[in-house]
Design a protein around this ligand. Structure first.
Ligand SMILES: [Zn+2]
Ligand SMILES: [Zn+2]
Ligand SMILES: [Zn+2]
Ligand SMILES: [Zn+2]
Length: 258
């Protein structure tokens, strides 16, 4: 039987087989192939015209066995040189790296014309400093839309950092159709629709008059505003009736842990 030391050595040797010959980083699936069998990370493979090692053409196949071994081996996080100490099995690492706090991220409120880019760990602090009006740390927040009585195109983005998770609330109105869409998405945690839901309640004279509830789906690509068919929808005319005497709409957003 192999002793512990030789297992560790075997793992280390196997790990070197995952270094991409172009960028020297560890390959994460999909692992791509040239027609003679040389392997590349997906990113580099898309950039080369022919195999950089043997000039063979590129193959349409993936190296499935190596991808399976990847899931069983332990790797350091690719942001280790930026300070991340996380080490984990390949399949866990793929998810970790997408949301590693040492990875770089764009402002989650960039649709409000913010150009910020920085370390993911500084994202919430940035929002709180620069977008304080749209950043909340409570599970229930009362909000107001001024001049709602005027139908026009509107887009709102609001961040909630609660339950150790980042949520982005988005809603819009289209002036030509009067269609309103509303959603709260989890920007980090996956399977969030099983764990969290949200409720939007329109207030009139202090009481809830309309409440809509939906699951907080996970949004993988946070460049999206909405996920297809994963939002609530209503019509402007239904909400307009509840404007206060100034023409404003008052509403609350609740993020609920199931
Ligand atoms: Zn590469
Ligand atoms: Zn080759
Ligand atoms: Zn990391
Ligand atoms: Zn920003």
């Amino acid at each position: 039987m192999a002793d512990n030391n030789s297992v560790v050595n075997l793992e280390a040797t196997l790990r070197t087989k995952f270094e991409c010959p172009v960028c020297f980083k560890y390959m994460i699936p999909p692992i791509r192939l040239c027609l003679s069998g040389h392997i590349y990370c997906d990113y580099c493979f898309e950039k080369i015209r022919k195999c950089a090692l043997c000039r063979a053409n590129k193959s349409a196949y993936r190296c499935i066995v190596l991808e399976q071994i990847y899931a069983m081996l332990t790797f350091p996080c690719k942001y280790a040189e930026h300070g991340c100490n996380f080490v984990g099995k390949g399949d866990i690492m793929t998810t970790h790296q997408d949301y590693c706090e040492y990875s770089s991220a764009f402002c989650p409120l960039r649709f409000n014309r913010c150009q910020w880019k920085g370390m993911r760990s500084e994202m919430v602090t940035h929002c709180n400093d620069i977008h304080a009006d749209n950043t909340f740390f409570v599970t229930e927040q009362k909000l107001k839309v001024t001049n709602f009585c005027n139908l026009m195109d509107r887009n709102y983005f609001i961040i909630f950092y609660v339950y150790d998770n980042l949520f982005r609330c988005v809603w819009d109105i289209k002036q030509d159709t009067g269609v309103m869409r509303f959603a709260v998405y989890s920007l980090c945690l996956q399977n969030s629709d099983k764990l969290f839901s949200y409720r939007i309640s329109v207030l009139f004279e202090g009481a809830d008059v309309i409440s809509l509830e939906g699951p907080c789906f996970h949004m993988n690509d946070d460049n999206m505003r909405f996920l297809d068919k994963k939002y609530l929808s209503t019509n402007y005319n239904m909400i307009r009736d509840f404007c206060d005497t100034n023409g404003d709409i008052n509403y609350t957003i609740n993020i609920i842990k199931k």
